[in-house]
Design a protein around this ligand. Sequence first.
Ligand SMILES: NC(=O)c1ccc[n+]([C@@H]2O[C@H](COP(=O)([O-])OP(=O)(O)OC[C@H]3O[C@@H](n4cnc5c(N)ncnc54)[C@H](OP(=O)(O)O)[C@@H]3O)[C@@H](O)[C@H]2O)c1
Length: 289
Amino acid sequence: MERILVTGATGNVGLSTVKFLLDREMPDVEVVAAVRDLKQAGSNPLLANARLVNFEFDEPDTYAAALQGVTKLLLIRPNQVSDVSKHIFPFLDQVEKSGIRHIVFVSIIGAERSKVFANHRIEAHLKKMSIPHTIVRPSLYMQNLLWLHGQEIRQNDKIYIPAGAGMVNYIDARDVARVVVKLLTEPGYEGKEFELTGDEPMDFYTIAHLFTRELGREIRYARPLTIKFIRQKLREKKSMPFIVTLSLLYGSARNGKMAHVSEDFNRLLGSAPNSLANFIHEYRSFWGK
Ligand SMILES: NC(=O)c1ccc[n+]([C@@H]2O[C@H](COP(=O)([O-])OP(=O)(O)OC[C@H]3O[C@@H](n4cnc5c(N)ncnc54)[C@H](OP(=O)(O)O)[C@@H]3O)[C@@H](O)[C@H]2O)c1
């Protein structure tokens, strides 16, 4: 019997991972969704057949019950949890003492090269642990265009992102979850690392054009300077770690470090990842007026 614990189970990749694992109806696999709000999670139809457990990285009292009987772990660091020494490493210390035999960690593209990413420190920590792990490093999620920038697109008809003329290669978080499910349920991926990107890098002028074509009204790429972007997000009362993370990521894009195309998705799943044009088409009503 496998018991798979999914952290970040209400988030972009975690929620789809839980759903896809449950869809497989594997009789010998129990899926445990680690959530902060049991009541709210209980009303989410995508989590209906999962076992729910209360879990918070910053509440060590929740670790033991969540880890009970777990054999595999999907580790996702919430962006809000930036002090990893204080809130992630103590959890991993408990994991080390548990019966877990394999950890899959969702990191981020470029984290292995850049110490500024909190995920870099988690990757380094995992390498010191005795439990085998697999790292996936996705590029930016298409879902950011819903949850982070969707309101700006819907209300103001503009993409407000400080990426200059740099390119990004968005991936659908559901595609990341498809890979994660494979890594968690099939043998042979321990000790491996994968980079997950879309297969067509684009600058935000091109992305704005995709929106314009799909929505039938002009969507403009505003191309703010980073300092203007930071001021705007402060006015919107966004948290400092959130603003810093976004500024770093879009700074990487501006400097040409997000345009990379990886073949790993194709190699693992034998098909192409979702395209941004398809994604915008699927969610077009979200940005509708
Ligand atoms: N977004 C991207 O473009 C992107 C791309 C590549 C990699 N990543 C990486 O993916 C990770 C997650 O980022 P995301 O933007 O996709 O977020 P997300 O998965 O959509 O949301 C974070 C998840 O963590 C949960 N959570 C928040 N605070 C928690 C806490 N203190 N203890 C336990 N769980 C908590 C949230 O639960 P609630 O529902 O209770 O808030 C939610 O399920 C980050 O490490 C990021 O670097 C993100």
